[in-house]
Design a protein around this ligand. Structure first.
Ligand SMILES: [Zn+2]
Length: 140
C-alpha cells in the first residue's frame, strides 16, 4: 500500500459498477484480481463474467502475484487534470504480469531517467475512496 502525499490531489476514482465492484474493492485492500476460467483454465484481466476465450460463464477470480515486467512506457509531460498535472512527468506503463497478462498502469517511485523496458515491477495500491483503489507499479 502506498500513501498519497497530502499535498497532492487525489487521483480520479473509477466509476464502480456491479460488474467491477469486487475488482475495485480488492484493489482498495491491496489485491490485484484476475479472472480465472473454470472451463478452459485461462486467465483474463480485468476479470469478466464471461470468459473471453471460450465464452463460459463459469469464471472465478484469483489474486495475481502483483509482479511483472515493464513491456513499454511513455512519459507524460502535460495534463489538464490537476491530480495528474501535479505528478508530471509521469510514466504510463504497459506491464506484463508474471501470469502472462498485460495491463496499463502508472509507474511510480522511479526517476523517469531510470526507466527501462524489461525492468522488474511490483504492484502498489493507493486507496481512492471507500470502494476503490488505484493499481500502480514501482520498481521491484
Ligand atoms: Zn474459458
Amino acid at each position: 500500500m502506498t500513501e498519497r502525499k497530502p499535498e497532492m490531489a487525489q487521483r480520479p476514482a473509477p466509476r464502480v459498477t456491479p460488474q467491477t465492484a469486487a475488482y475495485w474493492k480488492a484493489a482498495h485492500i491491496g489485491e490485484l484480481l484476475l479472472g480465472a476460467c473454470a472451463e478452459c483454465g485461462k486467465l483474463c484481466h480485468p476479470p469478466q463474467s464471461v470468459c473471453p476465450f471460450c465464452w463460459s460463464s463459469n469464471v472465478a477470480t484469483r489474486s495475481a502475484s502483483g509482479r511483472g515486467r515493464l513491456n513499454a512506457f511513455t512519459l507524460v509531460y502535460q495534463s489538464a487534470v490537476p491530480a495528474f498535472r501535479e505528478r508530471l512527468p509521469y510514466a504510463i506503463a504497459y506491464v506484463e504480469l508474471d501470469e502472462g497478462l498485460y495491463m496499463l498502469s502508472n509507474l511510480i517511485n522511479c526517476d523517469p531517467d531510470k526507466i527501462t523496458v524489461g525492468m522488474a515491477l511490483k504492484a502498489v495500491f493507493e486507496p481512492l475512496n471507500e470502494e476503490a483503489g488505484a493499481i500502480l507499479f514501482e520498481p521491484a
